[in-house]
Design a protein around this ligand. Structure first.
Ligand code: PEP
Ligand code: MG
Length: 586
């Protein structure tokens, strides 16, 4: 049966493929593909987890006091039976051996399938056994978490050309699309090098980090498509319309034809844009504009250079720290990664932002998460770094050392007061002193502040005294100015970058920086949004940072713009009481 699910359009384009369902976030597990030779050890790991739980349950059974209610003993029997059930075990093995899912992913995928069968049962007693099944699976997962995976998530799976063994089939070359309840930014990073043609998640807002990573992968994505992971079944054919935010499940042949046509149009348009790669980004009135790239890891630099970026405007270094279990990268590892990014950019500047962990970018369990009821307002970004100064200085030392190998701009996220700036700069002095004491050489840095909290925007003139440059993080600036959780699809319709309150802050930061002769860049999603390019040019912005995939479209907009005609118009947008559409005069 054909049906459509509506969500939020977060990454443009059309994807058509078969659905791969990632397990619901109720059980947080990592998702990655293993190599074929890792199938056997992965199945062993799964068995070890299951056997440990079986043993634990048997021990509990033996040790049950005589006066314990009969139901409890019966419940343990049920759990043992479910654990040893063939449907569960064989299914999981097939997901591992045929789809090459890691064991946790395979287990939770099979759980979803079996759970559906329970849901359909007539008998109420049997239906209720679903909860038992979930409990035993959770126990197994807990055991497996305690046992390190022998299989490190591969950095770049071999099956890059879109080939994946299909369940119960030989090889299928059908493209695959990923449907999930939610994907953590760390999960998204794992999938970055894999083969999915598109993404859909049940939850998430337009500037949630999951959406941002999806955009950086340059594949169509829809988030906030509620219940999609329940409604879509494994292997269903799915069309993802990343422009309209629609997911069409089991499309008819006419619909498929229409979308295939649109997909071809999109690739033709991309081809046309690719001719602009070597064209300098200069407006009709001769203003030279700097277009830089946002990246999550050094590999992304190649895409940045290829798209003609003149540097990295934002390296979100926190992605190095996610999905790392207990072991976070030490100074040497970080140094090697930052150095690699500098070398890949061949002398172009790289803006390294210190770790912005917290909120919707958590570290793995076992690390401090601030325990805040409202993590967006809690121990996040620079607050987190200043709460763990030893880890912060490890990062600062790595950055200082890497600066010997290229032009490094160091950017601090979420600063909100001068006191915080002083503490931050004091940590940097201390990091330098530590390197001096070790006799270690280091390079020069240019220092910058992210302007993403209204307090920072309102204090911009004071902030500028302490920095060489500022970078406007519009994702958080919108979130904090309008009090809209950027990751919550329930309030996504209120997340409005065109709100005059936001625009006035953005315009004032640009003006203040220009007056002070300091560089200012927009590195939030607004920077890569072609509908905002002319408005930002009108405000006086001359430096933009965005996902590499957005650079050419923004460049096209710049080549067609005359900044002399944009100033007056942009002021009229600012003066409006209500959000206006950013339609610039011809
Ligand atoms: C922003 O807030 O706009 C930004 C660039 O930082 P992040 O999206 O990583 O929070
Ligand atoms: Mg931010």
């Amino acid at each position: 049966m054909t049906f459509a699910i509506h969500g939020l359009a977060v990454a443009p384009g059309i994807a058509i493929g078969r659905a791969v369902i990632a397990a619901s976030s109720r059980m947080e597990v990592v998702h990655y593909f293993i190599e074929p030779e890792q199938v056997v050890p992965e199945i062993k790991r799964l068995r070890a987890g299951r056997d440990a739980v079986v043993e634990e349950l048997r021990r509990m059974q033996e040790e049950l006091p005589a006066d314990v209610p009969h139901e409890l003993a019966a419940l343990l029997d049920v759990h043992l039976m479910l654990l040893q059930d063939e449907l569960l075990e064989n299914g999981v093995k097939r997901w591992i051996s045929e789809r090459l899912y890691n064991a946790e992913w395979a287990l939770t995928t099979q759980l979803e399938l079996v759970s559906r069968q329970f849901d359909e049962m007539e008998d109420e007693y049997l239906r209720e056994r679903k909860a038992d099944l979930e409990q035993v699976v959770e126990r197994v997962l807990r055991y497996m978490r305690g046992v390190a995976s022998p299989v490190a998530p591969p950095a770049s799976p071999k099956r890059a050309q879109g080939m994946l063994p299909g369940l119960g089939e030989e090889l299928t070359e059908d493209p695959l699309v990923l449907i999930a309840n939610d994907l953590s930014p760390a999960d998204m990073l794992q999938f970055k090098t894999s083969l999915f043609a598109g993404f859909v998640t049940d939850v998430g807002g337009k500037t949630s980090h999951t959406a941002i990573v999806a955009r950086s992968m340059d594949i169509p994505a829809v988030v906030g498509a509620r219940s999609s992971s329940l409604l879509v079944r494994q292997d269903d054919w799915v069309v993802i319309d990343g422009d309209a935010g629609i997911v069409i499940v089991n499309p008819s042949s006419i619909v498929l034809e229409e979308y295939s046509f649109r997909r071809r149009q999109v690739s033709l348009e991309r081809e046309r844009l690719s001719r602009l790669r070597h064209t300098p980004a200069v407006t009709l009135d001769g203003q030279s504009i700097e277009l830089m790239a946002n990246i999550e890891r050094p590999d992304d630099c190649d895409g940045a250079v290829h798209a003609g970026a003149v540097g990295v405007g934002l390296f979100r270094t926190e992605f190095l720290f996610m999905g790392r279990g207990a072991k976070l990268p030490d100074e040497d590892e970080q140094y090697a990664v930052y150095r690699e990014a500098l070398e890949r950019m061949s002398g172009l500047p790289v803006t390294l932002r210190t770790i912005d962990i917290g909120n919707d970018k958590p570290l793995d369990k076992g690390h401090r998460d601030g325990g805040s009821l409202n993590p967006a307002l809690g121990l996040r970004a620079i607050r987190w770094s200043l709460a763990d100064t030893s880890m912060f200085r490890t990062q600062l030392r790595a950055v200082l050392r890497a600066a010997l190998h290229g032009k490094v701009n160091l950017l601090f996220p979420m600063l909100s007061s001068i006191g915080e700036i002083r503490q931050t700069l004091a940590q940097l002095d201390l990091a330098r002193a530590e390197l001096d004491a070790r006799g270690e050489a280091y390079g020069d840095l240019r220092l910058g502040a992210m302007i993403e909290v209204p307090a920072a925007a309102l204090m911009i003139r004071s902030f500028l005294k302490h920095f060489d440059f500022v970078s406007i993080g519009t994702n958080d600036l919108v979130q904090y100015t309008l009090a809209i959780d950027r990751a919550d699809e329930a309030v996504a319709h209120l997340f409005d970058p065109m709100h005059p309150a936001v625009l006035r802050l953005v315009a004032d930061v640009i003006r203040a920086a220009n007056e002070a002769g300091k560089e200012v860049c927009v590195c939030g999603e607004m920077g890569g949004d072609v509908t905002m390019t002319r408005l930002l040019l009108g405000f006086g912005l001359r430096s933009f940072s965005m996902h590499p995939a957005q650079i050419l479209a923004v460049k096209q907009e710049i080549l067609r713009s005359d900044t002399r005609k944009l100033c007056e118009w942009s002021q009229s947008i600012l003066a409006s009481d209500e959000p206006l559409a950013p339609v610039a005069p011809a």
